[in-house]
Design a protein around this ligand. Structure first.
Ligand code: AHR
Length: 515
């Protein structure tokens, strides 16, 4: 048992203040002509037919009292546009390998129903289908990422899907699309060839899937992939490096453009705990799994480098985010959870990791957009709220398609019961217009850190910034108090002679912009 007395606590506090005051974190921000662009697709999202993500979330139907465009809530459309959502992955997830796309096109009244067997066993009426999704992406200005069925489909069903969506005319599927009201093909570049094929996609071995993948990828397009399709192979579960090794080794390069990776942050997989009522111990464990993303991306990239030294195949982290127990009283199969400052930390550090690995990571998709897992939007009847994660994604969108500025620094640590984690996470970039953006996260639950960034002779006159912080780690927005946590203007940013100095409070995320 630990025993603290008043003087020990005071001494510890004084020390921490002294450390923070005496030892600022020294960061060098480098300009490197060889550094990669941060693809805007790292800021992608994922909407599955799961719980209230699509039905009763994004999609309320045209007859709904909630203002909508073709059945999709207008407030969500506006929020996602503000976010500059670059791409949206659909319809799953595990749902993808149960989904038969033909059931979701044609007159809605004639569409068959289906049982969503992975998520709650509910009956869906297929009223939100391919036209609805692709038209929504056009409204949002987002690129669609269709995760298509391999596990319970056939090569014929899959290739007909491609034909339906992409072909101009003169083929049975393109003509059927026209009959269903869409004359021109859509522009769909990103296609997922199944999802989690090691699990809900068919419980396959990597070797078996690599062969199946080759077959599907061959028939999706022609000899030269003149359709310009970006084929994404279903990737590894967390640290299953063998999976990536086999895909990279066994799939010829002309058949693949991306390899996926899924990794979630949690306390313990079998004991996830509450999304709002958690201890510091649980917070610390969640941060540990979130930070593990750096190791995962580094190691999967190293395998890819071995087989693809020219970096032609992208690492696509198409599912990431925090995963906790569902909110009390909600359907366990619906994965509805709240979103606190802990989630803001996950978002901030994950996006920094992806930015810093932009050479190989070309796309990532937060799970999920509405009412499921680490959602950016929550709804309750006609009400909608934006979560702390939404605000982080929006603050960070300045990095989209900007050039990475690699950073060097030694992070101070955040310790808990004998274990330590790096407290500070940073990424930086330069836009085409020459604006410098630096995103900083301090995951420490107690200590603030002074961070000094040396920008050398970069051409910047002044810096301003925004911060997302709150009094308590467990704070979150509710339908009664939807704006408890919103970004605020950062008052104290010092910038002189190329040196930027800022105080980063405990569990806060900030973005500094220099012009
Ligand atoms: O995002 C929820 C589920 O997590 C997805 O359906 C699946 O791909 C993953 O296991």
């Amino acid at each position: 048992m630990k025993i603290f007395n008043y003087s020990t606590v005071v001494l510890a506090l004084l020390c921490s203040v002294a450390i923070s005051a005496q030892e600022p974190v020294q960061v060098t921000v480098n300009e490197d002509a060889e550094a990669p662009m941060i693809s805007k697709h790292i800021y992608g999202h994922f909407s599955e037919h799961l719980g209230r993500c699509i039905y009763g979330g994004l999609y309320v139907g045209e007859e709904s009292m909630v203002p909508n465009t073709a059945g999709v809530r207008n407030d969500i459309i506006e929020a996602l546009k503000e976010l500059k959502i670059p791409n949206l992955r659909w319809p799953g997830g595990c749902f993808a390998d149960t989904y038969h796309w033909k059931d979701g096109v044609g007159p809605k009244s004639e569409r068959p129903t289906m049982i969503n067997r992975w998520w709650g066993g509910v009956t869906e009426d297929n009223s939100f289908g391919t036209h609805d999704f692709l038209n929504l992406c056009e409204t949002l200005g987002a690129e669609p990422y269709l995760a298509a069925n391999v596990g319970s489909s056939t090569v014929k069903e899959f290739t007909e899907y491609v034909e339906y969506v992409l072909h101009q005319g003169g083929s049975p599927m393109a003509e059927w699309r026209k009959e269903n009201g869409r004359e021109e093909p859509w522009n769909v570049k990103y296609w997922g060839v199944g999802n989690e094929m090691w699990g809900c996609g068919g419980n396959m071995t990597a070797e078996h899937y690599a062969n199946i993948y080759r077959q599907y990828a061959t028939f999706m397009t022609d000899w030269t992939n003149s359709d310009g399709i970006f084929r994404i192979a279903s990737g590894a579960n967390v640290d299953d490096y063998h999976w990536t090794e086999v895909l990279m080794r066994d799939i010829p390069k002309h058949l693949i453009e991306g390899v996926a990776l899924h990794s979630y942050s949690f306390v313990e997989w079998n004991e996830k705990g509450s999304s709002i009522d958690y201890s510091e111990e649980e917070y610390f464990s969640t941060m540990k799994t979130a930070l593990k993303m750096d190791t995962l991306v580094t190691k999967h990239s190293a395998i890819m480098d071995k087989y693809d030294p020219d970096n032609t195949i992208a690492l696509v982290v198409d599912e990431w985010g925090g995963w906790y127990d569902v909110m009390e009283g909600t359907n366990p199969g619906f994965l509805y959870q709240q979103n606190t400052m802990r989630d803001a930390m996950i978002a901030g550090i994950s996006l920094n990791i992806f930015n810093n690995h932009a050479r190989r990571v070309k796309m990532a998709n937060l799970a999920q957009t509405v009412n499921v897992l680490q959602a950016v939007v929550l709804t309750e009847d006609e009400k909608m709220l934006l979560t702390p994660t939404y605000h982080v994604m929006k603050m960070y969108n300045v990095h989209q398609d900007a050039q990475l500025l690699p950073v060097d620094f030694d992070s101070p640590t955040y310790g808990f019961e004998g274990e330590e984690l790096p407290a500070i996470s940073i990424s930086a970039s330069k836009t085409e217009a020459g604006e410098i953006n630096v995103s900083l996260v301090n995951i420490d639950a107690h200590k603030s850190h002074t961070v000094k960034l040396n920008l050398g002779d970069m051409d910047v006159k002044d810096f301003s910034g925004t911060i997302l912080s709150s009094d308590d780690l467990q704070d979150h927005n509710t339908f009664d108090e939807p704006e408890k946590i919103t970004p605020k203007e950062l008052k104290k940013v010092k910038f002189r002679k190329g040196m930027l100095e800022v105080e980063v409070p405990p569990f806060s995320v900030m973005v500094l912009t220099g012009k």
